[in-house]
Design a protein around this ligand. Structure first.
Ligand code: SF4
Ligand code: SF4
Length: 290
């Protein structure tokens, strides 16, 4: 069984909620952090990295200056403006190259090769309750986040060969390709939103995506008490669409303390938001039958 936690955009409190679920869940559960550009779930726990593997997500063109006959055809064909002229040869600007192969095809001197590039690493971490966290780190500016997410999700599925464990997925923010990689094949989703016009619109887009991928979704409205009118609007939409609002989390200044101390919010008994997240977790478990 897989549960993905999504938000249409960053900054809605998704990781706060995921870290609480990770803390409350049975140690047999497996966690996956799909925010490969800025993985941070592990920072909330005392974990130990037990495996690291290089990830090659993209290719880059390389020009052999000894073979280059200085014709300039590669530079003309490159749509990414990634080939610069030097005095007697041409050179690829690595940061701009998208690995499309066009330059290699047109080069009359066979001077160009495409080489796989290390784009990041896959990491398997064991958390303090002995549960596994599959995560990754994509190098700044590197491509291939969708593919990297598929790979770290594959690790979690391999750890769950008997299919009797719960996999909790911290989905990528937004609604692009990385999010699609986060949700394919997932049974349940929790959409975290906030009561602002942009939060509402982003939530609708994320919901449409889960609908398309046939993920049974629930909704959590974070800081719902900061704008009652907008929270009601979100609830009305959910009622019309038949989506259950499973949690309404109040604004709580303890969230800052928990972020500062890097501890899951539910560890603070005085936290009203933490208590709501606990209730939400219990309800979700009932819905998922775990
Ligand atoms: S197409 Fe080949 S030979 Fe021509 S400039 Fe580019 S690398 Fe050199
Ligand atoms: S592989 Fe594509 S993007 Fe990279 S330098 Fe060649 S033409 Fe440009």
């Amino acid at each position: 069984m897989q549960l993905v936690i999504l938000s249409g955009k960053g900054g809605t409190g998704k990781t706060t909620i995921v870290s609480c679920f990770a803390y409350l869940a049975d140690p047999s559960s497996i966690k996956v952090d799909c925010d490969v550009d800025a993985s941070n779930l592990h920072l909330m726990f005392n974990g130990k990295d037990i495996e690291e593997q290089a990830f090659t997500g993209s290719k880059k063109a390389i020009i052999d200056p000894n073979k280059c006959i200085n014709c300039g055809l590669c530079s003309d064909v490159c749509r990414f403006d990634a080939i610069d002229k030097r005095e007697s040869y041409y050179e690829v600007n690595e940061l701009r190259c998208e690995g499309c192969n066009a330059c290699r095809v047109v080069c009359p001197a066979d001077a160009i090769t495409l080489e796989e590039e290390d784009s990041g690493k896959k990491i398997l971490t064991v958390l303090e309750d002995d549960s596994y966290l599959s995560r990754a780190s994509l190098y700044p500016g590197a491509d291939g986040s969708g593919k990297l997410i598929s790979e770290i999700r594959k690790v979690s599925l391999e750890l769950n060969k008997e299919k009797n464990k719960l996999i909790i997925i911290d989905g990528s923010p937004g609604i692009g390709c990385p999010v699609m990689s986060s949700i394919t094949g997932v049974e349940y989703g929790l959409l975290v939103t906030e009561p602002t016009q942009s939060g509402f619109e982003d939530f609708i887009r994320a919901y449409e995506l889960t609908k398309h991928f046939r993920v049974k979704s629930f909704v959590a409205i974070n800081k719902y008490d900061l704008n009652y009118e907008m929270s009601e609007k979100i609830e009305e939409y959910c009622n019309e669409e038949g989506i259950k609002v499973i949690g309404k989390i109040p604004y709580d200044s303890v969230v800052n303390k928990s972020n500062f101390e890097s501890k899951p919010l539910v560890m603070y008994n005085e936290s009203i938001a933490g208590n709501e997240i606990k209730k939400m977790w219990d309800l979700l478990k009932i819905e998922m039958g775990v």
